[in-house]
Ligand binder design. Structure first.
Ligand code: BGC
Length: 779
């Protein structure tokens, strides 16, 4: 594998920005080329090299070009849409380590990945670069990858932070998302990765969030990322995401990429002159960049073995592919069969996604070639063209080949032109000519297995006529070998869907709220994304989240639930046993879903809270233990700005998919503690005042005063609550009829006893120190 010479001199980095001049410092805050940061040789500051990511290294030969289609050779590992289906953090760690080895050998300091955005709509053209519709799965897999990359001394750069969930108008679209949905769904995977894997850098997205560009958003970058989560790395802009460099610096964005023709520098200088930014902000960003240089100064530099990495790509793909359907046990196929391989995609496989992540593979194992070697008799028919132009002759050839064979392998999928970074798909359908060819082949030979190549969920009504479907997603450069491994049973499939396959686009969560209008896309479905949506609406998906078959079977038994105290506070303990009840070895993903008590806030029927993959020989059993802190079951309370697990009955579902629940139980949990009611104000409702002990005392004092005349004015809060209990109760009864009325507005009703100065007194009484004085009134 040819690699450019190293760019990482071992010279030690000055960690203190103080010794640099202001122009030097400013020069570090924007890229020096497409892929490098600036160097300051006299100060010993080297350039940092950044490369895509996420499923292999794309290091362009020329620093001054985007380099699409012109990068060094690197192993093309399976795309995230496939590796996510492994549900196997250990596998993601192996992929991360291998990617980092290749990065270090190529002189790359920062790998631009993993993609952590949530699959809000299956139409997003970039879903192949993201893990899942579920933030727990995306976060756990992403964290494993990041840890492994950085263990090699190379920085990971999780992207695209945040709410970059569509390619349609991606540079400008304003994602309008409520706080709870952001925290629970769209920020959660980033939070998990930041807190548990401590990435050294992170990429701010192109889009706006609630009106402000992500790259210039102080709430996102400063309050949440650095403040709430403790991120101490470098925030890099997506390529071209900055519109105002000074505003971006003010928000906490350290590095604008790529070089901006001097515009970024000019905006920083103007901002300093105008006082909208200051030198401390510059110093803070420079210090973080120098820290990144120090962190990546001595990568492990383990030798790269392209053959070993190709084997890892094969293993990862085979362990992740999802057997969607296998009627009559048609798979695995015996190599003795006379096999007809149909579909141009068998000869010209779509093994990775299009756009900035496109790797120049070290080699490609073509499915048709591998199958031709592995089976005793193989015929081939193209069946269709990849450009979608229908050709009758290709269909008749396919029919003839199918009729003469024992079994058919039909390769179906989305051609590159249909799915890419930069645009979304208009619909969920596969090309019509491919489906026509499939129908003709099925009529000629119903013993037909479909292999699917695609980066996002597709419409699958055609599957009802097909006995077996293997979802291969975008399997990377070892696609042929990995497919043969699974189709012949050398590898028992164990992949589980990381995203729901809907029947129709009209069933999907974002339908009606996508792609937005007048520049804004409203996330109207809230937290009900992916399976949360289909479950809440009791809608049947075509293939549910978590689904995936095996050549063996698994039995679940012995669910035991209890709560236990630990150093982390109260824990939920879930125990069960899984047994391989079939005749071959295989792996099962045990999925733990929890349904929180409803009532206080909308709740999804079940949410993935833990998962474990276990490998079992036939008849072997595994005891599976999950221990979850209550905090892991919490929802985000936007009013109180904190995570809360409500007290009440929690439903625990353990299953082989989100719709194949094998064991269920429930637990009464105390919750994470009473919610502080927050500070009462005149905009708090009457019900909120009455629910707050102090608010009730203050209102009680007022009621007692009103009932007892001037002599009671100034009664102690507590005393008033006691002596005036009857009156307070009466008032409370009356007031609770109007519980939803903010106190301030009560003053506007004819005959209301509340004057502006009484209101002011109430507010003062409830907010001030507990002096024992009631509301002072002028009544
Ligand atoms: C993409 C990023 C990528 C960057 C550099 C952008 O267009 O959104 O994911 O890392 O280009 O290639």
């Amino acid at each position: 594998m040819p690699m450019p010479a190293s760019d990482n001199p071992s010279a030690s980095m000055p960690r203190d920005a103080g010794s640099l001049t202001l122009p030097h410092k400013l020069s570090l805050l924007s890229g020096a080329s497409f892929w490098r940061t600036a160097a300051i040789a006299p100060a010993g500051i080297r350039p940092l090299v950044l490369s895509d990511g996420p499923h292999g290294i794309r290091r362009p030969h020329n620093e001054d070009e985007p380099g699409l289609g012109n990068s060094i050779e690197a192993t093309c590992f399976p795309a995230e849409c496939l590796t996510a289906c492994s549900w196997d953090p250990e596998l993601l760690a192996q992929l991360g380590a291998a990617t980092a080895r290749e990065a270090a050998a190529a002189g790359v300091d920062v790998v631009l990945g993993p993609g952590l955005n949530i699959k809000r709509t299956p139409l997003c053209g970039r879903n192949f670069e993201y893990f899942s519709e579920d933030p727990l799965l995306a976060g756990e897999l992403g964290a494993a990858w990041v840890r492994a990359v950085q263990a090699q001394g190379v920085a990971a750069c999780p992207k695209h932070f945040a709410a970059n969930n569509q390619e349609a108008d991606r540079m400008r679209i304003d994602a309008s998302v409520d706080d709870r949905t952001l925290r629970e769904i769209y920020l959660k995977a980033f939070e998990t990765v930041v807190r548990s894997a401590r990435p050294w850098s992170l990429m701010a997205a192109y889009n706006k969030i609630n009106g402000i560009h992500a790259a210039e958003n102080p709430w996102l970058l400063d309050t949440v990322l650095r403040g709430d989560w403790g991120f101490d790395g470098v925030v890099v802009s997506d390529w071209g995401a900055v519109t105002d460099r000074a505003a971006a610096l003010d928000a906490g964005l350290d590095l604008e990429m790529p070089a901006s023709n001097g515009l970024g520098l000019a905006e920083l200088e103007a901002g300093l002159d105008a006082g909208t930014i200051n030198r401390d902000m510059v110093d803070a960003s420079v210090a973080r960049l120098l820290q990144l240089a120090a962190r990546t100064a001595s990568p492990a530099r383990e030798p790269v073995d392209p053959e070993a990495h190709h084997r890892l790509a094969r293993d990862a793909a085979a362990r992740s592919m999802v057997l969607l359907k296998n009627q009559g046990g048609i798979l695995p196929l015996s190599p003795k069969l006379r096999l007809a391989v149909v579909g141009e995609l068998a000869r010209t496989p779509r093994f990775q996604g299009a756009g900035s992540s496109q790797v120049n593979p070290t080699r490609i194992s073509v499915p048709l070639d591998v199958l031709a070697e592995g089976f005793t008799a193989v015929s081939f028919a193209a069946g269709y063209r990849l450009d979608g132009e229908s050709e009758e002759a290709l269909v008749s050839e396919a029919e003839t080949a199918a009729a003469a064979a024992d079994a058919v392998l039909f390769f179906l999928g989305l051609p590159e032109e249909k799915e890419s970074e930069g645009f979304d798909r208009p619909d969920l359908t596969l090309p019509a000519d491919q489906l026509q060819s499939l129908a003709a082949v099925l009529a000629a030979n119903p013993w037909t297995v479909v292999v699917l190549f695609n980066g996002g969920a597709v419409e699958t009504s055609w599957a009802s006529d097909v006995p077996a479907v293997l979802e291969a997603w975008l399997p990377g450069q070892a696609c042929g070998e990995a497919l043969a491994d699974v189709l012949t049973g050398a590898v028992n499939p164990s992949g589980k869907l990381a995203e729901t396959f809907p029947h129709r686009i009209e069933d999907t969560p974002a339908f009606g709220n996508y792609p937005g209008e007048s520049g804004t896309v409203r996330y109207g479905e809230g937290i009900f994304v992916g399976y949360r949506w289909y479950d809440a609406r009791r809608m049947e998906p075509a293939f549910p989240f978590g689904h995936g078959l095996s050549y063996t079977s698994f039995g679940y038994s012995g669910l035991a639930l209890k709560t236990a105290e630990s150093d982390e506070g109260q824990m939920v303990s879930v125990r069960l046993t899984v047994r391989n009840t079939g005749s071959c070895a295989g792996a099962e993903v045990i999925q733990l879903y929890v349904g929180a008590p409803g009532g206080t806030a909308p709740a999804a029927p079940r949410e993935l809270r833990a998962f474990r993959k276990v490998y079992l020989e036939p008849d072997a059993t595994a005891d599976v233990a999950f221990d979850l802190p209550l905090a892991a079951l919490a929802r985000f309370d936007p009013a109180a700005h904190r995570w809360t697990a409500d007290p009440g009955g929690y439903r625990i579902d353990v299953g082989s998919s989100s719709r194949d629940i094998r064991l269920s139980g429930s637990l009464e949990l105390p919750g994470t503690g009473a919610e502080p009611t927050g500070q009462l104000s005149l905009d708090s409702t009457i019900a909120e005042w009455l629910a707050n002990p102090r608010g009730q005392r203050v209102l009680g004092a007022l009621a007692a005063e009103a009932a007892g005349g001037a002599g009671e004015t100034g009664a102690a809060e507590t005393g008033a609550a006691e002596t005036g209990a009857g009156e307070a109760g009466g008032l409370a009864g009356a007031l609770s009829l109007m519980g939803s009325l903010p106190l301030r507005r009560l003053a506007r009703f004819p005959g209301s006893p509340l004057t502006p100065s009484i209101l002011a007194g109430l507010e003062q009484a409830v907010r001030g120190p507990e002096t024992g004085q009631g509301a002072s009134t002028d009544a």
